[in-house]
Design a protein around this ligand. Structure first.
Ligand code: PEP
Ligand code: MN
Length: 359
């Protein structure tokens, strides 16, 4: 795998532009305002995969000359989303500099294979957004399908994961998933699509800073000359000036390592304690599972089922209250007890299904 997007050492990749290409004027204004930030790519969607029908589905091929004009006039590279082989052929013919595979496409191996095949023999960056569901294997699989077609310049875009319910951001970031993908594919460039994660302008800075702090290689952000008039994703788009003044200029870049002796001594001391606490947590969880097995045997003896909804509700409420006092977020507490509960049910179920005992 080659570096998908070449940029100066230490610099971050920037992919900026509207959610959708809507008109020649809108794209031109966007390019005029964005060009001074010298992004690596101008983005705009031509074919918009909308979750539900009846919404603006993009300008399609009508937008090609607007994008080409930006490329010629401003010397900026252009990229867009491709969702099938026809899109690939169209944008390659039009001279696009890069493409990305969207979250509703990377979820489907058939589409990814079709796109990868259409890209065979082409040497442009291909960026693969995470699938909408938090499945690192599926994301890795999509990337491998693209690599398998001989495309060497592949990058990943983290845009968060869909969920049902209320949360602060539009998509849950689950940062451990891109981190895990990067562990599996260490040369993969990782870009954070802060707009689709956040869903609102006020969250963009904090998300971008987290991405920087996790050593992401760059950012994708949706910028529109007049977000109030945007025909898709209006709530999350910001003007190029807002992005420059309220996000980009506030981001703190930190180094991945330091040679400083004092720093390393301090960190090592804290890391020892962290390792100790992690081991304690595992030991406690193991105790917790032994208790689950005990209760499983008792339930079996008395012919009682494993799951009692009122008890589960009580556990959740009690731990959420405790968590609040300990300043642990609800989202964290919930995923932690859910993981423990699933394992506990499995352990109880094994006990219940041991033949002979307690019958
Ligand atoms: C987009 O980038 O405009 C888009 C549709 O993104 P995603 O595939 O992440 O939803
Ligand atoms: Mn969008």
């Amino acid at each position: 795998m080659k570096a998908a997007i070449e940029c100066k050492p230490g610099a971050k990749v920037l992919i900026l532009g509207p959610c959708s290409a809507e008109s020649e004027t809108q794209m031109r204004q966007a390019a005029v305002q964005i060009s001074e930030m010298r992004p690596d790519f101008i983005r705009a969607g031509l074919w918009k995969p909308r979750t539900r029908p009846g919404h603006f589905e993009g300008m399609g091929e009508r937008a090609l000359p607007w994008m080409q004009q930006i490329q010629r006039e401003f010397g900026l590279k252009i990229c867009t989303e491709v969702a099938n082989a026809r899109h690939v052929e169209t944008v390659l013919k039009a001279g696009f500099d890069a493409v990305w595979i969207g979250a509703r496409t990377s979820v489907n191996p058939f589409y990814v294979s079709e796109i990868a095949e259409a890209l065979t023999g082409v040497d442009i960056p291909v960026m693969v957004k995470n699938p909408i569901n938090p499945d690192v294997h599926l994301w890795q699989g999509a990337i491998e399908r693209v690599l398998g077609a001989g495309i060497e310049r592949v990058a990943a875009i983290h845009r968060g994961f869909s969920f049902y319910g209320n949360a602060v951001y539009r998509n849950v970031p689950r940062w451990q998933i891109p981190i895990e993908l990067k562990r599996r594919l260490p040369n993969l460039q990782m870009i954070a699509d802060i707009s689709h994660i956040g869903g609102r302008p006020e969250y963009l800075l904090e998300i971008a800073q987290i991405a920087y702090d996790l050593n992401f290689d760059g950012l994708m952000a949706e910028l529109h000359p007049d977000p109030t008039q945007a025909r898709s994703d209006a709530d999350q788009q910001v003007t190029p000036a807002y992005f420059r003044d309220h996000i980009l200029s506030h981001l703190v870049e930190r180094r991945a390592f330091s040679e400083d002796g004092e720093f390393n001594a301090l960190v090592e001391k804290i890391r020892d304690r962290i390792d100790q606490v992690d081991s304690d947590i595992l030991r406690l969880i193991s105790n917790r599972m032994e208790l689950a097995e005990q209760i499983g045997r008792v339930k079996k003896k008395f012919g009682v089922s494993i799951f009692q909804p009122p008890r589960w509700e009580q556990i959740v409420q009690r731990l959420l209250d405790d968590g609040r006092e300990l300043v642990l977020s609800e989202e964290f507490i919930f995923s932690l007890i859910e993981a423990i509960h699933i394992e506990s049910i499995q352990r109880q179920s094994k006990q219940m299904n041991v033949p002979g005992e307690g019958e």
